[in-house]
Design a protein around this ligand. Structure first.
Ligand code: XCC
Ligand code: SF4
Length: 671
């Protein structure tokens, strides 16, 4: 225990901070050791009241201009203006657009890294990578205009996979900067949705271009019409959801394998006292895939034994965790708010980070222990002097990964005596995707979405919810996720989850088939028990929200539930959101026709007109709209009300009444 301990004046009560016992234990432990965490800072630092309203503009040096809405609202004309005359609507819509751009940039730059590595692999340069799922490559190639067959002497033959990969790689990389046309993957959306986008003129062109244009349009003195600005927010977000993120997911699946359901553990209790504990944290699986392989190599395991450990325990935090969970069953040690706590166990020999959602405070916490913090990405370094930077280069991927694993192993013997690992861990089934839903919920004879649709039409499944997104230290850790999900499945709504929400669901034991009989309504329980799936399906990381878009599209295609995503009895949610990435995701869900409810708070209250545009007017254009509700039960009820409204519009509301009649009712009817 080093000299850097801090005495913290004000402490949060661990049970107020989180509903999760391992987290509570580790928060208490941090306080006992005098180490400050995000939880403590959430009580000592209040959020800025003006920023909360979304109407602080610092886009030029005549500001910052702040236009708070007076407590009782404004009667008559709203005369609030920045120095340049910008209205509250303009400022708020610009701030919102910039969040969308930043979030889209994060997902899509990750996607670009994947596409570039894919291309290097196809060229034979990044030799540690290969094609693990050729079927997916064949499936996506046509969207990029790449032929998968060739005619030789009048005979149709399969083309060479390497050739296909090279062309797909080139076409994919071009999506970020092509000079004309629209994004290739827009064609995957239901036709009516494509037509809406076209009519509105919001079809994204190149991914980078939309992000750049958002920065231009929101600069001082450019776009000053909140409706026009929000169109650009839509265009940019679609370039993420149906562009950068979707390409990222697909090419990761091609290179690392498409996930299929597997069993794993979850929570801080996966760390082991007698093992080297290596935690990978961040988002891009390019490096973590290699670390998984390196940590499993006999060379590294032998080295660990030589150093007195029984083996190497890998664990993940945030979306890197989801990436290696869904493909390899590597257990997540925690979600976003648990990152510091993994170090506070005293048993974390190294934490390797790449990009996004990484607390700078990790380095401060690590100073109190032996833990090595290793940054790996050229665009994400930390200023503290105890941080080691090992730059990852995909051309030497395995070599770099081994260097990192070796560093963790060699650090094992430096552990202090102050090791406290909470015992809590759960078992989960993760690794669902568009294909596995097809397989599991498919009919006996053909894997397809008909059975899912049938069960929605006959009312056993009331609807579909996508519950995604972060933790936020301004809300009680995991409480909103878990309360919301339980309320949804209790009401027969099947839940698709990703990101830190999925880790929360796994940590609280909701990702097992057994959950059905305990928490589900009778209809959903029956379906889950029949096919042997959990009522909450883990679909991966945050870029994998693209899987939810594609699953929704499959449901539309299977028929009987309308012609477009906005017709489905479905809703989206990010109950504990904090990242700009969540705003990008919300905007592409809404612009794809999904009613999307965020928890905690939205920075829109200072501009009621713009807020109304997002919460009501957008629906008239895209069929989806934004909403916000902090209380998780009310939040769930809003989603369910929307689902019921859609059931009614589809004329399938009566079917549900029949299913929900109990035995006695039915017998009475039969008599
Ligand atoms: Fe980050 Fe993706 Fe949010 Fe979790 S959920 S806190 S973005 S890790 Ni995406
Ligand atoms: Fe103020 Fe206008 Fe400058 Fe924003 S752009 S800081 S509202 S003067």
């Amino acid at each position: 225990m080093a000299e850097l301990k801090k005495t913290v004046p004000k402490r949060i009560s661990p049970t107020d901070a989180s509903i999760e016992p391992a987290t509570q234990e580790m928060i208490a432990r941090s306080q006992e050791l005098g180490i400050e965490t995000v939880f403590d800072r959430s009580v000592t630092m209040k959020p800025c009241a003006i920023g909360l309203q979304g109407i602080c503009c610092k886009n030029c040096a005549m500001g910052p201009c702040r236009l708070p809405l007076p407590k009782g609202g404004i009667e008559g004309e709203d005369t609030r203006k920045g120095l340049c005359g910008a209205t509250a609507n303009t400022i708020c819509a610009r701030n919102f657009a910039r969040m969308v751009a930043a979030g889209s940039a994060a997902h899509s730059d990750h996607g670009r890294g994947v596409a570039e590595t894919f291309l290097s692999m196809a060229k034979g340069e990044a030799t540690d990578y290969s094609i693990k799922d050729p079927d997916k490559l064949i499936q996506i190639a046509p969207f990029f205009g790449v032929e998968t067959t060739v005619e030789v002497d009048g005979e149709v033959q399969d083309r060479d996979l390497k050739e296909i990969a090279l062309e797909v790689g080139n076409a994919a990389v071009a999506e970020w900067g092509k000079p004309d046309g629209f994004l290739a993957y827009l064609k995957r959306a239901p036709k009516p949705l494509q037509e809406k986008w076209e009519k509105e003129g919001v079809m994204p062109r190149a991914i980078d271009r939309e992000i750049v244009e958002t920065m231009h349009r929101t600069a001082m003195g450019v776009d000053q019409d909140y409706v026009n600005l929000t169109k650009q927010s839509t265009r940019t977000s679609l370039a993420d959801g149906w562009g950068g993120a979707m390409i990222g997911t697909d090419l990761q699946d091609v290179m690392f394998g498409s996930p299929s359901p597997l069993q794993a553990e979850a929570n801080l209790g996966i760390m082991k006292k007698d093992h080297v504990n290596l935690i990978v944290h961040g988002h891009e699986p390019l490096l973590s895939e290699m670390i998984v392989a390196a940590a499993q190599s006999p060379e590294m395991i032998d080295l660990a034994k030589e150093k007195g450990a029984k083996g190497i325990q890998l664990g993940g935090i945030c979306c890197t965790a989801n990436e290696i969970l869904q493909r390899h069953g590597v257990p997540p040690a925690g979600n976003f708010l648990q990152q510091e706590l993994a170090i506070i166990t005293g048993a974390c020999d190294a934490m390797v980070v790449d990009v996004q959602c990484i607390f700078q405070n990790l380095a401060n916490v690590a100073k109190c222990f032996h833990t090595k913090i290793i940054t790996t990405h050229p665009i994400a370094k930390m200023e503290q002097d105890n941080v080691i930077h090992i730059e990852f280069d995909e051309h030497y991927a395995m070599e770099d990964a081994k260097r990192i694993v070796r560093m963790a192993v060699e650090n094992f013997s430096n552990r202090g005596t102050d090791v406290v690992i909470p015992k809590h861990k759960t078992v989960q089934i993760a690794g669902f995707g568009v294909e596995s839903i097809k397989y599991h919920l498919g009919g006996t004879f053909r894997g397809d979405y008909y059975t899912l649709n049938d069960n929605i039409i006959n009312g056993r499944i009331r609807g579909i919810a996508g519950v995604v997104g972060c933790n936020n230290a301004r809300t009680q850790h995991n409480n909103e996720h878990i309360t919301l999900i339980k309320e949804l499945i209790k009401n027969d709504v099947i839940v698709l989850t990703t990101g830190c929400s999925a880790i929360a669901a796994g940590t609280h034991g909701l990702l097992t088939p057994g959950t059905a009989s305990v928490y589900c309504g009778p209809g959903l329980a029956e379906v889950c028990e029949t096919v042997g799936i959990p009522p909450v399906l883990h679909l991966g990381s945050c870029v994998d929200n693209s899987r939810i878009l594609l699953a929704a599209t499959e449901v539309v295609k299977a028929g009987g539930l309308g012609d477009d995503i906005c017709d489905l009895p479905a809703a989206g949610s990010a109950p504990e959101w904090m990242s700009e990435k969540a705003i990008a995701i919300g905007q592409y869900f809404v612009s794809s026709g999904v009613y999307t409810v965020f928890g905690y708070h939205m920075p829109l209250d200072g501009a009621p007109e713009f807020k109304n545009y997002l919460y009501n007017e957008m629906e008239k254009v895209y069929g989806g709209k934004w909403d916000c509700e902090a209380d998780p039960i009310k939040h769930a009820q809003k989603m369910i009300a929307h689902i019921d409204k859609k059931r009614k519009e589809l004329g399938i509301d009566k079917a549900r009444d029949r299913v929900l009649m109990d035995m006695a009712d039915r017998q009475a009817l039969e008599v």
